[in-house]
Design a protein around this ligand. Structure first.
Ligand code: PLP
Length: 450
């Protein structure tokens, strides 16, 4: 059949990201051929509920005709133009206005890239650029956290705090200090309360700042809810504490909302859910529901003014991407945001949060479920070999990979992240589909070898 020959062709010609190439040569790809709402279909015709919305990203679902129309219309009118050297196009202008309107009001300017990784690399360069302008070139280091995911390019991959993204690649390649992951279940000490855990992390952050020298620390970057490292929600008081420290030591705060943005946590942006005001906010993924590649960096007027002054002094901003803010991507983003607003999808997340999260928490009784965590429509289920000691199953990653395989057999796509099952369904999901997700996931967990 065509699908078999496609599988062979894939094995012959494609190197896949996040894939063991030798295993892939033997088993070949799962080929997805069609999407419909919250569902996708593989080349054998099997239907799956997409429990991860692609890669945490297809907020409006897989078959939204309005996005197709918006793309086709823009393709026909002006498929491409640049935004370099004083050039602009209407979709880029109007999207910038819209993003400034819907993000927290202190963010006032927008810069576009094609991906979250490029956006975070750009943030690193902008922060360095600013501190050079301000005559403090030694203020260059970034604070990040273990288990953070900020992308895979040279700078963003350095900010990422996952050994799997750094091993073999000579990363980190920029000055970055990774603090303890703010995940109470895994990183709290015996007997430590959540408040004590938060206080310890904040003490560690302050001691690190003082040991490194505040004059060397440029910015703190974090995902409000950590996503690709295993869906970790922060302990109570963590973000306001980090914000206070950053203000005290003149350190910029970067909220990486590539996953959190556009309602995923039940509030429009994750920084609003956790009550802090970033100087820079990065968004992508649900910005276009991933129908087109696009990321946007939002910044305060203070950040913008320093950058603008330096461009005047140097004659230009020597940074930009050929397709950054591509008009088709911007037109799709505009229509996507319109759909999110008209269908009140952010409200849908807030309304369904309790059903989704409490439904998942019922799996806490399962002998291998160590923790169920999450907010809004994003969640993680961490599997353990021993609930009392929280000891992980061996070999590493095997049990969550098995759960993911069993879920796929049930017709549910989830993501296995080390020992955790990651969930992040499209924001258009309804109550009946949440029941379906819970039922299929329950069946997969029941099938795990004990
Ligand atoms: N930042 C966060 C929080 C992400 O989750 C991701 C991707 O998952 C990125 C950055 C990198 O984005 P991209 O894969 O578009 O480069």
């Amino acid at each position: 059949t065509r699908s078999n020959s496609l599988q062979e062709t894939d094995i012959a010609y494609q190197l896949h990201p996040y894939t063991n190439a030798r295993v892939h040569e033997k088993q070949g790809p799962m080929i997805i051929t069609k999407g419909d709402g919250c569902y996708v279909y593989d080349s054998e015709g099997k239907k799956y509920l997409e429990g991860l919305a692609g890669l945490w990203s297809v907020g409006v679902g897989f078959s939204q005709p309005r996005l197709v129309e918006a793309a086709a219309k823009q393709m026909a009118e002006l498929p491409y133009y640049q935004n370099f050297a004083h050039k602009a196009h209407a979709p880029g202008i109007l999207l910038s206005e819209k993003l400034v309107e819907i993000t927290p009001e202190h963010l006032t300017k927008v810069f576009y890239t094609n991906s979250g990784s490029e956006a975070n690399d750009t943030v690193v360069k902008f922060v360095w650029f600013m501190n050079n302008m301000l005559g403090r070139p030694e203020k260059k280091k970034f604070l990040s956290r273990n288990k953070a995911y900020h992308g895979i390019t040279v700078a963003s991959g350095s900010l990422t705090g996952l050994p799997g993204n750094q091993k073999g690649f000579d990363l980190p390649a920029i000055p970055v200090v990774h603090l303890t992951c703010p995940h109470y279940y895994r990183w709290a000490e015996d007997g430590e309360t959540e408040a004590e855990f938060t206080a310890r992390l904040l003490k560690e952050a302050e001691e690190t700042i003082l040991a490194e020298g505040p004059e060397t620390i440029a910015a703190f970057i974090g995902e409000p809810v950590m996503g690709a490292g295993g869906v970790m929600t922060p302990p109570e008081g963590y973000w306001p504490g980090i914000e206070a420290l950053c203000r005290k030591y003149d350190i910029l705060i970067v909220s990486d909302e590539v996953i959190n943005g556009f309602g995923r946590t039940g509030k429009p942006f994750g920084c609003e859910r956790y009550g802090f005001k970033p100087d820079i906010l990065v968004t992508s993924k649900q910005l276009t529901s991933s129908y087109m590649p696009l990321a946007a960096i939002l910044m305060t007027d203070e950040v913008y003014q320093v950058i603008a002054d330096y461009t005047e002094q140097l004659g230009t901003l020597g940074h930009g991407f050929t397709a950054g803010g591509n008009p088709v991507a911007c037109a799709v983003a505009l229509e996507n945001i319109k759909i999110i607003e008209e269908q009140d999808l952010m409200g849908n997340v807030a309304r369904l949060e309790d059903k989704f999260q409490s439904g998942l928490r019922k799996f806490s009784d399962h002998p291998m479920v160590g923790e169920v965590r999450g907010v809004g429509l994003i969640a993680g289920i961490e599997l353990v070999a021993d609930k009392a000691t929280k000891k992980s199953y061996e070999p590493a990653g095997y049990i969550a990979a098995t759960a993911s395989k069993l879920a796929a057999e049930q017709g549910l796509i989830v993501r296995n992240i080390y020992e955790t099952i990651g969930l992040c369904p499209p924001m258009i999901i309804d109550e009946a589909q949440i029941d379906e997700l819970l039922e299929k996931l329950g069946a997969a967990l029941e099938g795990l070898p004990t």
